[in-house]
Design a protein around this ligand. Structure first.
Ligand code: MD6
Ligand code: FE
Length: 204
């Protein structure tokens, strides 16, 4: 059982659309390259690399901690815009009247994972978080509002979309493993996950 507002849409993007999205991501990365985020306080590196598109990007480092900011933490440049195809995806699935502000790009090479977490750095929790998977298959888990709640495990494949909205907006979730070599889509191998978020709370 999963909370209401959790949706897994397998194969939402077909092979052609996945290729187009991958090219859009590469175009973003030319201007906003992947950097290695680190944990607040400890400075321990995450096993995923990150970049962003949008007016705000999610970043983390030892001194600044988890936050959204308008510029790349290494280059100091503004993040590139979110691709039109992702703005359309948001308009189709979010049931939210305003566009996303952030598109976080996570890169998982062989052996990367993402510990169980809640997406809680956004002021606007009435908007869902919508994700797109590209490249290698991944083992995803989704639990409840408490870390100790039972988890449902599912395989995310290239082209799949996940929506965490409604009651599931603040549910624990994470990536337990990457099935290396299951896709050739990502240059150099691995998996890319795009997450679209509304950050600031709008007045309506
Ligand atoms: C991932 N996804 O699929 C990690 N967060 O690599 C997330 O952390 C996530 O898929 C919020 C909403 C959907 C997600
Ligand atoms: Fe998340």
């Amino acid at each position: 059982m999963t909370l209401a507002g959790f949706q897994h849409l397998p194969g939402y993007f077909d092979a052609i659309a996945q290729n187009e999205l991958m090219r859009e991501v590469e175009r973003i990365l030319e201007r906003a390259p992947f950097y290695r985020p680190t944990m607040p306080r400890s400075g321990k590196p995450l096993s995923v690399e990150m970049a962003n598109a949008g007016s705000l990007g999610w970043v983390t480092d030892k001194d600044g901690g988890y936050r959204y900011q308008a510029t790349h933490p290494v280059t100091g440049e503004p993040w590139p815009p979110i691709p039109e195809s992702l703005l359309r995806l948001w308009a189709e699935l979010s049931s939210y009247p305003l566009p996303p502000e952030a598109c976080l790009i996570n890169l998982y090479r062989a052996g990367s994972k993402l510990g169980s977490h809640v997406d809680a750095d956004e002021q606007e929790t009435r908007a869902p978080v919508i994700s797109v998977s590209l490249g290698d298959d991944a083992a995803f888990h989704i639990g409840g509002l408490k870390r100790s709640d039972p988890k449902t495990r599912l395989l995310l494949r290239s082209g799949d979309v996940v929506v965490l909205g409604g009651e599931a907006r603040l549910a624990y979730h994470g990536i337990d493993r990457i099935y290396s070599g299951t896709s050739q889509l990502v240059p150099g191998g691995g998996r890319i996950n795009l997450t679209l978020r509304r950050v600031t709370r709008a007045d309506f």
